[in-house]
Ligand binder design. Structure first.
Ligand SMILES: *Cc1c(COP(=O)(O)O)cnc(C)c1O
Length: 423
């Protein structure tokens, strides 16, 4: 039975057997016990499914991975210690030193640094492109050693909507996979695999957790990409570090996620803790309800701001007239998520005053949890930058980012109204 996503959010993952706990337990154990050395051998040879060490797999983590894969429509998933670890492994599982990949320039700052600086030092080269470029322009960024394309469904913080079908088409024409960071949309608002994405990554620290209590990340494998096209020998030739296993032969459709775990989680060890997986699972149970409310509140607030004389511009993809409104209509049919950015007409000083005057919305650098949060980058995280440098980075001096929570929209609007009166 293929349930609706609302049902999967509750029912998928943990399937207790007779007399087992109804609710997913926290298996706070690094270690698992066996009756014979034979069992251990079969587990180690990946001939039998099971647990042997929590760095590779743990029953609590496993249940959450199954739930996410089910909600996303993938063949398997792997949780990681953070979203950064997920993006790193997602690319490193495909590219090695000497390889190249293409990324949209409209991505999270942490991911941008990871790609532009740290992975570059490891010998993996990236080209950033304008995601509104034509197919021909994007095609011209390809090289013989290009191995993947990367983009964000709704970009953090610029809130651009990624044209997944356009990029899937270009990627597949070039025999490389498309990786999509779906952190802001979640599987509730968009399922990138249904538009042709091959791999989906998450910062689970945002809406999946939803309460700002646990760091985590995830990679979901669609199972749809054919690694056997000559470009990806690490999938189709023996892995000497794993007694000669050939991932495409042993794991078929799950080759990508099996290799990510057997090779990279084994070596890098950026596993999520069972405790954090448990908390993220709890958050995911209410994800469909929360995303509906986040999106409804954010749209109402975006409309309110759009008609306010002290607001110079509003950026929310779900707002009619937004540059990406058509893309939002196509990819975000259930809502455009909870983050809204806007400009205060009075500029840098007025925006700083506005942020400090809000009382319900708290000043936080985090986004995407149940509580409304606000940030004026120019007077906080980007304080050391001049107005000119801010303009260049796209974070203009008057920009305020609001992560709209699931409180009553009227109360959030009242808070914004009183703060705007004072700035
Ligand atoms: C926060 C974020 C990340 C990084 O995730 P962490 O869990 O903080 O490591 C990656 N991508 C997007 C879109 C994010 O918002």
């Amino acid at each position: 039975m293929d349930y609706h996503i609302d049902t999967k959010a509750i029912q998928s993952g943990w399937k207790p057997k007779n007399k087992e706990p109804r609710v997913l337990p926290i298996y706070q154990s690094t270690t698992f016990k066996y009756d014979s050395g034979e069992t251990v051998g079969r587990l180690f040879n990946l001939e039998e499914e099971g647990f042997f060490y929590t760095r590779l797999a743990n029953p609590t983590v496993d249940a959450v991975e199954r739930k996410l894969a089910d909600m996303e429509g993938g063949v398997g998933a792997m949780l990681t210690s953070s979203g950064q670890a997920a993006s790193f492994i997602a690319v490193l599982n495909i590219c090695e030193a000497g390889d190249h990949f293409i990324s949209s320039a409209s991505i999270y700052g942490g991911t941008f640094n990871l790609f532009a600086v740290t992975m570059k030092k490891m010998g993996i080269d990236v080209t950033f492109i304008d995601q509104n470029a034509t197919e021909e322009e994007i095609q011209s960024a390809f090289r013989p050693n290009t191995k993947a394309i990367f983009g964000e469904t709704i970009s953090n913080p610029t809130l651009h909507v990624f044209d997944i079908e356009k990029f899937a088409k270009i990627a597949h024409k070039n025999n490389v996979p498309l990786i999509v960071d779906n952190t802001f949309a979640t599987p509730v608002l968009c399922r990138p695999i249904s538009y042709g994405a091959d791999i989906v990554v998450y910062s689970a620290s945002k809406y999946l957790d939803g309460h700002a209590v646990a760091l985590g990340g995830a990679i979901v494998d669609s199972g749809n990409f054919d690694w056997n096209n000559g470009k990806f020998p690490s999938f189709t030739t023996p892995d000497e570090s794993y007694h000669g296993i050939i991932y495409t032969e042993t794991f078929g459709k799950s080759a990508y996620i099996a290799k990510a775990r057997a090779q990279l989680m084994r070596d890098l060890g950026c596993m999520i803790s069972p405790q954090n997986a448990f908390l993220i699972n709890l958050g995911m149970e209410t994800l469909p309800l929360r995303m509906e409310r986040h999106s409804k509140n954010a749209l109402e607030i975006a409309k309110f701001l759009n008609s306010h004389k002290k607001i110079s511009w509003v950026n929310y993809p779900g707002l009619e007239g937004n540059a990406d409104y058509r893309l939002a209509e196509k990819y975000l049919t259930k809502g455009a998520s909870g983050v809204v950015s806007f400009g205060i007409a009075g500029g840098r000083e007025a925006a700083a005053k506005f942020m400090d005057t809000l009382s319900l919305a708290s000043i936080v650098v985090h986004v995407a949890d149940a509580r409304t949060g606000v940030l004026h980058p120019a007077s906080s995280t980007h304080r050391q930058l001049s107005d000119k440098q801010l303009e260049e980075s796209g974070v203009v001096p008057e920009l305020v980012r609001l992560s709209v929570g699931i409180e009553h929209a009227g109360d959030i609007i009242a808070d914004i109204t009183q703060a705007l009166e004072k700035c």
